[in-house]
Design a protein around this ligand. Sequence first.
Ligand SMILES: *Cc1c(COP(=O)(O)O)cnc(C)c1O
Length: 382
Amino acid sequence: MAKADGGGFDAGALCAPGVRELKPYEPGKPISELERELGIADIVKVASNENPLGPSPRAIAAMAKALVSVSLYPDGNAYALKRALAQYHGLGIEHITVGSGSDHILELVARAFLMPGRSAVMSRYGFSIYAIVSRAAGAELRMAEARPPAHPTEPYGHDPTTLLQEIDETTRVAFIANPNNPTGTWLRKRDVERLLEDIPKYTIVVLDEAYYDYVAPFERDYEETAKLLRSYDNLVVTRTFSKAYGLAGIRVGYALSHPGIADLLNRVRLSFNPSSLGQEAAVAALADRDHLRKTVELNRRELPKLSAALSALGVQLIPSVCNFVTADVHRPAREVFRLLLHEGVITRPLDGYGLPTHLRITVGLPEQNRRLVKALARVLAQ
Ligand SMILES: *Cc1c(COP(=O)(O)O)cnc(C)c1O
């Protein structure tokens, strides 16, 4: 019997080939980590597109009430949450799949539909989780070329033409973020419709709408995809409670799809996701339209102000409809990120996405945005 002493033991040689090639997802740096490293307090984190207003007070109350019951397993069927979501979207409960964050839903799609010999398609500069879940499932990942940096409305955005070119009979999943993170770009109605029309029926189209609530009220040319489920059986729309709903830490996301797809996703889902607190929080947050409205209005006010202040520093912004902006700082952004850490400000460098001079900055509270701009001005002057 082999000794578990690590001597000469190579776990990498034993693992699934797709897993060996993975790089772990690089999350935004946690505030507590920077506090430990620098011994400073009063840190501003504008790295992970979290809601600067925090969670809905109703969600906090619901979780507090549910705390005494955490010795019990969650409702594995998440009945109350699914019912609330079904009502909200005007769909039957059989169209809904819930999970621990929409990342979890993306992974369920990969597990249910991908395997070696099959391929998945995404856009260059698309959300990095798509690549991780596809490769982990052993599938080939195809990167469609993005729109050019000089594109007038969607620089670095998804290009329907190149996405369609990458799809063939092996392609089981197309991952499309609308709007996309980390570019903040979005696809107009005609492009979404063209993709849904032209992508073959044997390819599952995942429309990731993590930032839906920041766009839908303001852009008339943003597609209402939930109603398209009636026309496209291969469509999966994903949403999350992590961004506008302010519940990133408790991990709840969901998908809307054909019941046949929901049934398959549910088979690969580990039964007790999301957690009981997550289920309670999401039901309460969904009902708190006032908190969502405040969140979206804050962003609507601050996004143009932050964008103008950043542009005044000479950085170049990708036009964003989200709660973040992505800026070309015209020098290695990881270096700018490091210098900003010493100013107590956490941003997100995008070299991992193949954008070495771009920095992603979440829209925060007015005073957080001011601090970020001042800190960045000092760093760029160095
Ligand atoms: C944040 C984000 C998600 C996932 O968020 P969860 O916290 O896992 O729900 C999914 N897609 C995009 C594009 C995102 O930016």
